[in-house]
Structures are given as C-alpha cells and as structure tokens.
Design a protein around this ligand. Structure first.
Ligand code: UD1
Length: 417
C-alpha cells in the first residue's frame, strides 16, 4: 500500500489543469453499449474507476482502445453479466443495467452492496425498470432482469438519484413509446449524458430540470464527444487555494456547475474571480464560518462536504454542516479531530468550531472524498501529515500529487510498509 506525506504550510500558487469529469465519463462509457460502431470520447480522466469501467466493458465483449481519447465499440457485445469482482470496486457499474436491458433484453448484475459512506440502495433503478416492463429477481447477490421489450412509462423517483436517472434515461432511449422521469436528478453530468444520447439520435427533452421526457427510438448511432471538466476536482483545488494560496487559477472549470460551492466560499470570506471557463481563488485572507447543507444539484454537493469541512475547521466562529444525501459520510471527522479540528457530530450535522491551526499527524483515508479532505488538511497543517490507504484517491483524482507539487506544495507518495 502507499501513503502520501505532506509538509504543511507551503504556499501554493499558479494554474492547475482540471481533468475531464469522472462522473460524466462513466455513464458515457455505459451509453456506448447502446450503439454498434466506434464512439470516441476525449478528455477522459486517467483514473482507476475509468480502468474498472473499461474492464467491465471488455468483459461484456466490447472493444475498447485507450490513448489520450477512449474509443468504444459495442458491436461484439455478447455477455449480459456484470460480475461481483468488478461491481464491488465501483458502484457506478450498475450503469450497465439499462443499456444491457435495451440491447440484450436480459442482464445479470451483481448488487453493489454497502460502501463506506452508507447503504446506497438501487431500489429506485429497479422500480423504474419494473415499470418499463422488466421482470426482476434478486438471487445469490445478483440482480437478474429480463424483458420481452422495454416500454415507455411514467416514473416518479422517491429520491433524486444521479445514476438512477442516467440508467433509466439510457434504457428509455431505445424503449417503445414515451418515458417521463419525475423528480429526476439535475446534475450537470445527467445533462451531458442527455446531450450525448441526443447526438446519438435519442429524443430527450428536459434534462437539467425535474422532469425528463424520452421518446424511444429504434436505434442509435456512434458519436464523438469531449467530456466536460470535473467540478469536484475543481472544487477541491479551490479549497486548496483558499487554505494554502497564493493565487490559484483552476481551469478549465465551469462556474455554473459550482455555483452553490462558490457562494459558500464567498460566505466564508474567500476571494474568487470567475471567468467563463476558469475560476481564480486568492487565499491568505481570514476565513469565517458558514452553514452548509448538502443537497442534490443545484444544492451544495455531498462530494465537496469533506473538503469544505477542512476549510470551516480553520474558519473563525461556529459552522454547521448537515449531510442529507448519504447517511454515513462523516468518517473523515475522527481523522480531522486527530489533527486538532474541533468537530462534534449530532445526528447528520457536524458542528465545527474554528481553530487557529491544525497540526500534522498520521491519518487514514476511508473513501475517495475523505482522502482529498485529509490531503487538504495536510497542506494547511503545521508539520508533517501522512495520509495512509491513499489508494482511494486514485479512483477519482488524476495525478493529484503532481498537480499540487506543480503549484508549489511539498508532498510525495511512498510505499507504506
Ligand atoms: C452519484 C455520484 C456520486 C455522488 C452521488 C450524489 C456517480 C458515478 N456518482 O452517485 O459521486 O456522491 O451521485 O451526488 O455519478 N438512493 C436510494 N435508492 C436508489 C438510488 C439512490 O435510496 O435506488 C439514495 C442513495 O442511497 C443516496 C441518494 O439516494 O442516499 C443519492 O444517491 P445517488 O444520486 O443515486 O448516488 P449515485 O448515483 O450512486
């Protein structure tokens, strides 16, 4: 295993290049299953989750070529099974369910099971497919689903689900008739998937709002598409700049994708400058507390909660962070406490009292975004911080140490004996 060792309190400045969005790339890779012929996606991030998705597609018989761009051709699609070994490492594997039902009329996908940040069921996906004429059984840890043919349906989601909305949107694109998704997720990644499906010839209307209407078509055609920048990577570097800047330009990044975060940063007294395709943060000022509630888009993203907590730990006064999306997403708190943060958990709210400084310690990463938060804490802390079990970070951040080093931070990755 590896760990990252950080020498804290080095000023960072300069421009950081943001990679393509992981959570946009994964559904687009799944959408390739809907088409025979070569799809080409550029700006694909180099991440472990993308490699896992590639392995899964190849397991299904799909041809994948990976250079700077990724090219995917599902002409050879022959298997309808997504095995446990692949699904367990990446929940987003569930995204093959919709496309496989549309193409092969049957599918066997391992149930993703729990993960560090909560139970994360897929009942809303399954409810939607049942309404579209799919028979579903759960057997030996697998979802077994079969249909005589997908048909359009009106689906009311009980909770806003990103991959649930994406899964049903993909299936509905090749279903007979009209599907209407109510209480659909409005995340930018959902909008990008709808745009790409429309380029493929689908007829989707309303993505980005609560109601998405999909007219099924009989076939789709291959596309070429450039993936949008990763808003969570961008947000993470904005917090890094706020804590350890200097002036840091985060680009490419799309301010409207980060509006809730930008407003909270400004409430915390962070100085920002936005352009159409970049955001600049000026660190070094005094920070003040703010209250945050995580919500589906356009609310404050749960994927930025852990990183923002580090900022609030060093902000004057008291802040409250309420996590409403996942039930168990405060695992990083005990590690931040070990670095001197003053945080108290009450139910799904963390009460954060700002401290003057954090101090370096050995801490353990528990999930992807928690790993990012511990690196941020290490950048701001006095002395040396060692973040162990750092493998989580490679699922979602491309070359994070190199990017931070490029800005002047002092950190290295070493083997952890
Ligand atoms: C996606 C993102 C993830 C982000 C999350 C919330 C991808 C690949 N991952 O995950 O980074 O943290 O959105 O913004 O895009 N739920 C149910 N039943 C379901 C589905 C979801 O109860 O069938 C619940 C979940 O347990 C959770 C909430 O709904 O409490 C939101 O989950 P969801 O939007 O589905 O998250 P993911 O799509 O897995």
């Amino acid at each position: 295993m590896e760990k990252i060792i950080i020498q804290g309190r080095k000023k960072i400045s300069g421009k950081v290049n943001i990679a393509g969005a992981k959570n946009a790339a994964l559904p687009l890779m799944a959408a390739s299953l809907l088409v025979d012929g070569w799809n080409t996606f550029s700006n694909v991030p180099v991440l472990r989750d993308i490699r896992t998705a590639r392995l899964l597609l190849e397991h299904l018989g799909v041809e994948v070529k990976n250079g700077k761009e990724i090219q995917i051709n599902a002409k050879g699609l022959h298997s309808y099974t997504a095995p446990y070994e692949l699904v367990k490492t990446m929940r987003a594997s569930i995204l093959v369910l919709g496309p496989l039902l549309a193409r092969l009329k049957q599918v066997k996908v391992s149930l993703p099971g729990g993960c560090a940040i909560g139970a994360r069921p897929v009942d809303q996906h399954l409810k939607g497919f049942e309404l579209m004429g799919v028979k579903i059984e759960i057997e030996h840890g697998y979802i077994k689903a079969k249909t005589r043919g997908l048909k359009g349906a009106k689906i009311y989601f009980d909770v806003s689900t990103v991959t649930g909305t994406e899964n049903l949107m993909m299936a509905a694109s090749l279903a007979k008739g009209t599907t209407i998704l109510h209480n659909a997720a409005q995340e930018p990644e959902v909008v990008e998937l709808a745009q790409v499906l429309n380029k493929m010839g689908a007829q989707i209307d309303g993505a980005g709002s609560e109601v998405i209407t999909i007219e099924g078509v009989s076939a789709l055609k291959p596309v070429t598409h450039e993936i949008m920048p990763d808003r969570i990577e961008a947000g993470t570097f904005l917090v890094a700049g706020a804590l350890a800047g200097g002036t840091v330009e985060v680009a490419p990044s799309i301010p409207s994708h980060l509006a809730a975060l930008l407003q909270k940063l400004e409430e915390a007294n962070v100085k920002l400058e936005t352009k159409e395709n970049s955001i600049t943060v000026k660190g070094g000022g005094s920070l003040k507390g703010a209250n945050v509630t995580t919500l589906p888009f356009p609310g404050f993203p749960t994927d930025m909660q852990a990183q923002f907590m580090v900022l609030l730990s060093l902000s004057e006064g008291m802040s409250a962070i309420t996590e409403t999306v996942f039930e168990n997403r405060f695992i990083h708190v005990s590690e931040l406490q070990r670095m001197g943060a003053d945080i108290e958990i009450k139910g799904n709210t963390a009460i954060v009292r700002g401290v003057k400084h954090l101090s370096g310690a050995t801490v353990m990463a528990s999930d992807l975004r928690a790993s990012a938060s511990l690196i941020l804490a290490g950048l701001a802390a006095r002395g040396t911080t060692e973040v162990t079990r750092i493998y989580h970070i490679d699922r979602g951040y491309e070359a994070i140490e190199e990017k931070l080093r490029g800005l002047g931070a002092e950190l290295e990755r070493v083997k952890d004996s």
